[in-house]
Design a protein around this ligand. Structure first.
Ligand code: MF3
Ligand code: CO
Ligand code: CO
Length: 254
């Protein structure tokens, strides 16, 4: 299967869904406080998405049971909502994918609980920079590998490692489409980008080693192998005639 070029009608549908996913992340901000559990946050996501006429794409996806992935501290991604209670100083990623009118929008960002260490804040800031630098490589006729090349260069410059076991992905008509979008790659490798392609960029950057291990009990939650912190930001990106449009970038905050 080749990389799907979306029609203008499909792009409009994906844009609407992406905007709702972004609004959901914004809506969550007021609830991020010490004392709330990740399960409660997931319920807030589910209610908000459904109240806006959409379905949370993760629910029922490959047996996953929740409306979001909530990944605190050393959790890299796919954190299963549970009775973990946020505490002062935590950093936490929430990842929401909506299905609105049949179209998928996928985004995630980091939240901080009260005051966090300078060390944690720096990881968050650099990860956000990695996403922006990657996005700026997106334009017609560029190689997709340029995205991962600049992300890895920036992360390594700051002494961090890049998760290679999970990638960005084509998105829009299905949850996960071609291509895979690696966050560590060689310049001028990989598929050539064309106007109308839609994919995510979602770098996961680790303070320590790059490797992950999956929780044996829940089968999903991926943690850093060394227990050190991990951060992630994600946007759904459309390749335009001149560059890109970040469909989930409604607020300009990452
Ligand atoms: N939203 C995640 C992504 O960015 C995928 C979550 S799949 C799940 O690709 F099953 F873990 F929810
Ligand atoms: Co994604
Ligand atoms: Co996501």
């Amino acid at each position: 299967m080749a990389i799907v070029i979306k029609t203008p009608e499909q792009i409009e549908g994906i844009r609407k869904s992406s905007q709702l996913a972004a609004k959901t992340l914004k809506h969550l901000e007021q609830f991020i406080k010490a004392g709330i559990t990740t399960r409660e946050l997931d319920q807030i996501v589910e209610t908000f998405v459904r109240d806006n006429g959409a379905i949370p794409a993760t629910k029922g996806y490959k047996g996953y049971k929740y409306a979001s992935c909530i990944s605190p501290n050393e959790v890299v991604c796919h954190g299963v909502p549970n009775d973990y209670t946020l505490k002062e100083g935590d950093i936490v990623n929430i990842d929401v994918t909506t299905i609105l009118g049949g179209f998928f929008g996928d985004t995630c960002k980091m939240y901080t609980v009260g005051n966090v260490s300078e060390y944690a804040q720096r990881l968050i800031d650099v990860t956000k920079e990695c996403l922006r630098l990657g996005m700026n490589e997106v334009k017609p006729n560029a190689h997709l590998g340029n995205v991962g090349a600049i992300i890895a260069n920036h992360a390594h410059k700051h002494g961090y490692s890049v998760v290679f076991e999970f990638c960005g992905h084509g998105v829009g008509i299905k949850f996960h489409e071609e291509p895979d979008v690696p966050h560590i790659a060689e310049k001028n490798t990989g598929p050539i980008l064309k106007e109308g392609m839609v994919f995510t960029i979602e770098p996961m950057i680790n303070a320590g080693k790059a490797r992950c291990k999956i929780d044996r009990k829940d089968g999903w939650t991926a943690r850093t192998i060394d227990g050190r912190l991990s951060a992630q930001f994600e946007h759904t990106i459309l390749v335009t005639a001149t560059g890109y449009e970040a469909l989930t970038d409604v607020y300009g905050d990452f």
